[in-house]
Each structure stands twice: as structure tokens, then as C-alpha cells.
Write a protein that binds this ligand. Structure first.
Ligand code: ADP
Length: 224
């Protein structure tokens, strides 16, 4: 197994066309080691989320290459890309994106439906993940009954549903108070210690301090 989980070569992303083109990424070269904890920092609007989305195969570059666990994502057909993403990547976003009418457990189970996990296993696994994230008392709770930190921990459980090796997090504590932030960061550290590769886009220097490696993005390029 290669040491490298993610690498990019000359990665570019241009949004729009004609006079309304935005060069979000202008040739990003980076390499992320398997099992590492990486922060991507930089000013707003400089390409951090775009980079995260390309690494995770949520979007396609307009130039260059992205390799995820040795697979060249730019060569994948849509179906293949969805399969690689579903097997290898868990996403966590700033605004949790939980379905409000579903319980914590059901929110996690939904992620397994897409991966065609047997129904009998879905519920058990969802409960195990919620317990792992310290939410045993909230398994049947709806999002409105949970604090921000608890909702984000449900979102992390959902991201873990298909046991991905890579966790991609876009400002996961951006919408949390400091207690909830600590709660979520503690869980993220535990997952990293358990072997996950964690990549976090953040403005938060406390997160960047905990990371083993920090990439700073400015004007669509990695600095330094
Ligand atoms: P960051 O995460 O650092 O705030 P983004 O990657 O979100 O930066 O955005 C980089 C640039 O690309 C910004 O100028 C943003 O407005 C633009 N951008 C991001 N997504 C889109 C999109 N879907 N369509 C057009 N422009 C976009």
C-alpha cells in the first residue's frame, strides 16, 4: 500500500466562461500522507473548498491531475467516480446538512443506503457509530433536539458510515461555540489516532495548530 493517500499535479479549476471566469485553483501541487492530519488554511475565496471538493471527487478539475489512493480521478467516468467517493471518502460540512425529519440514526443510515449496505446491518452500524461518537443517548433524537456540537458529531458518524479511509472536513467547527468545537475536535483527533487520514479546511488557528501539516492556499496556489 502506498504511503500517499492524495496527490495533485498542476491542479486547476476555472469556474464559468467568457468574461465571467474565476480561476479558483492555479496549479496546485500537494501530497497528503496516508494516516496524516492535514489543515488547509488561507483567506476566504482563495480556493480551499474547491480544492477539498476536487480531492474528494465531488467536482472535476479543468486541468491537472488528482490521485486518490492511487486512482487518477480525472480518468474516472461519473459512475466510477461516485463509487470511489462512496468507498474511500467521508465528507463533513460546516452546516451539518442533516435531514431534519429524520432521527440521528436514520441520518447515518441514509449514507449506507447509497452504498447498498444490507438493511439489517444499517441500523446496527449507525447505532455503533453514534455510540463511538458519544451520542448513545441521542440515537433516536431529531436534529432540532441536538446541540450544534451533537449535530456535527452525527454528521461525522454519517461520514464514517461506509468506513472511508479519508475524512474531508470543510470548516467543521465554523458554526460551533467553543465547547462544541472542543467536543468535535476531540472526536476528530480520536479518529486520526485510529488511523484515518483527516483533511480539514479551516480559518481556525486552534485546528491548524493540531494538524501535522498545514497547507496555505493563496490565490489558488499552495504557498511555500
Ligand atoms: P474558499 O474555500 O477559500 O473560501 P472557494 O474554493 O469557495 O474558496 O472559492 C474560490 C473562488 O471560486 C472564489 O472566487 C469563489 O467565488 C469561486 N467559486 C467557488 N465555487 C464556485 C462556483 N460553483 N461557481 C463559480 N465560482 C465559484
Amino acid at each position: 500500500m502506498s504511503e500517499v493517500m492524495v496527490s495533485t499535479e498542476g491542479l486547476q479549476k476555472v469556474y464559468g466562461s467568457g468574461n465571467v471566469r474565476t480561476h479558483a485553483l492555479r496549479g496546485v501541487e500537494l501530497s497528503i500522507r496516508r494516516g496524516s492530519f492535514v489543515a488547509i488554511v488561507g483567506p476566504s475565496g482563495h480556493g480551499k473548498s474547491t480544492l477539498l471538493n476536487l480531492i474528494g471527487g465531488l467536482d472535476r478539475p479543468t486541468g491537472g491531475k488528482v490521485y486518490l489512493d492511487g486512482v487518477d480521478l480525472t480518468q474516472c467516468h461519473d459512475k466510477e467516480l461516485a463509487r470511489v467517493r462512496g468507498n474511500k471518502v467521508g465528507f463533513v460540512f460546516q452546516f451539518f446538512n442533516l435531514l431534519s425529519s429524520l432521527t440521528a440514526s436514520e441520518n447515518v443510515e441514509v449514507a449506507m443506503m447509497f452504498a447498498r449496505v444490507k438493511e439489517s446491518i444499517q441500523k446496527k452500524r449507525a447505532e455503533e457509530l453514534l455510540i463511538l461518537l458519544g451520542l448513545e443517548e441521542k440515537i433516536g433524537a431529531k436534529p432540532f433536539e441536538l446541540s450544534g456540537g451533537q449535530q456535527q458529531r452525527v454528521a461525522i458518524a454519517r461520514a464514517l458510515a461506509n468506513d472511508p479511509e479519508l475524512l474531508l472536513m470543510d470548516e467543521p467547527t465554523g458554526n460551533l461555540d467553543s465547547d462544541s468545537e472542543e467536543e468535535v475536535l476531540g472526536q476528530v483527533s480520536r479518529l486520526h489516532e485510529g488511523g484515518k487520514t483527516v483533511v480539514i479546511v479551516t480559518h481556525n488557528l486552534r485546528i491548524a495548530d493540531r494538524a501535522e501539516k498545514v497547507f496555505e492556499i493563496r490565490d489558488g496556489k499552495v504557498m511555500g
